[in-house]
Design a protein around this ligand. Sequence first.
Ligand code: CAA
Length: 380
Amino acid sequence: MEFNLSKEQALVQKMVREFTENEVKPIAAETDRTCEYPRENIEKLFRYGVMGMCVPKEYGGAGADDLSAAIAVEELSKVCASTGDIVATHNGLCCDPILRNGTEAQKQKYLRMLTEGRKVGAFALTEPNAGSDASKGTTTAVLEGDHYVLNGSKVFITNGYVADVTVVFAMTDPSKGTRGISAFIVESSFPGYSVGKHEEKMGLHGSPTAELVFTDCIVPKENLLGKEGQGFKIAMQTLDGGRIGIAAQGLGIAEGAVEEAINYTKNRVQFGKPISLFQNTQFTFADMKVAIEAGRLLTYQAATLKTAGKPFTTEAAMAKLFTSENAMKITTKALQMFGGYGYTKDYPMERMMRDAKITEIYEGTSEVQRIVIASHMGLK
Ligand code: CAA
């Protein structure tokens, strides 16, 4: 598969790269230190059409393709994985399921809110006792007249305490297992919606992660997304797409770490010469480059298949598995090149390494990606 970027994709890359350099890089370390949501930059990303970029123009978006969206997350994640995560979640996990499964009225209302209205989106599937085993959630939704009543709680929700609109999964018929799960579009202003614990995390400090609590939460009947019982499929399909975003994030983190390490090793003199000239350093960089290029091909392939309307479940899982594990390996090795300095906050390496770890965990752990890949290999 060839990836000559189209004019539009190249423009997105250039625009987001410049934005990242000028607006994101200068505050990335401070965002990590203060754990503050980078609100101003997210506002700007709405203005530039990056938030909700795959939403068609008739619903207020930029009508970009999935590869452009992946490139945007890759570029942002080179210097700030938190910003990459906020964008990936908004686009891949909130706009995308509404675009694919929403009624015309839902699309007009919510996609416009998530683009022109500058409202932030989230996706709530995980529960305290239902992580990898996502179908075992116990949040319920009971139809009472013209609305559903939701009860339960969701954890580790990216954009959790800033989200205005969340796609929430709840059991409408527990006797039917995964076919008894339904999806809902829930606004944070709905009665009975509240934000619980704000997570303090190892990394990704600018990405607002929280618990969402539904206590007799009133959700209008017309906010059912898809049909009753289609929720689990919607969740799985959404995560297929979301995983391309995390693959792009892992790719970006690794690329950012290599860029930093190249600059550092060219200027760090030990034993009479820059350490970039030692063969050990060069071989390590060569291996990093191969891994990055392979990850890019997997990620861009998955994004291209998605836009073409072809199956991409396995490709997205392979891309996410490969780039996330490489992000961890590459940041660890890049930090090593900085020696003691890499372990300090004077350089971004320790932040990049902390940020990389989550890519192996969220939107399906590496183990879940292996389950998905193996399940398509005709082993049964
Ligand atoms: N696309 C469409 N349908 C799918 C599908 C897919 N990719 N994968 C499964 N399904 C369908 C199956 O066809 C099946 O449908 P039928 O009932 O019609 O036969 C149904 O879903 C159940 O499938 P399985 O029996 O395979 O499901 P399972 O319970 O064994 O789960 C799993 C499989 C892959 C482990 C899945 O549970 C999974 O992906 N777990 C990880 C969840 C995850 O990624 N969570 C992250 C949440 S989001 C996050 O982390 C970030 C944040 O900010 C919120």
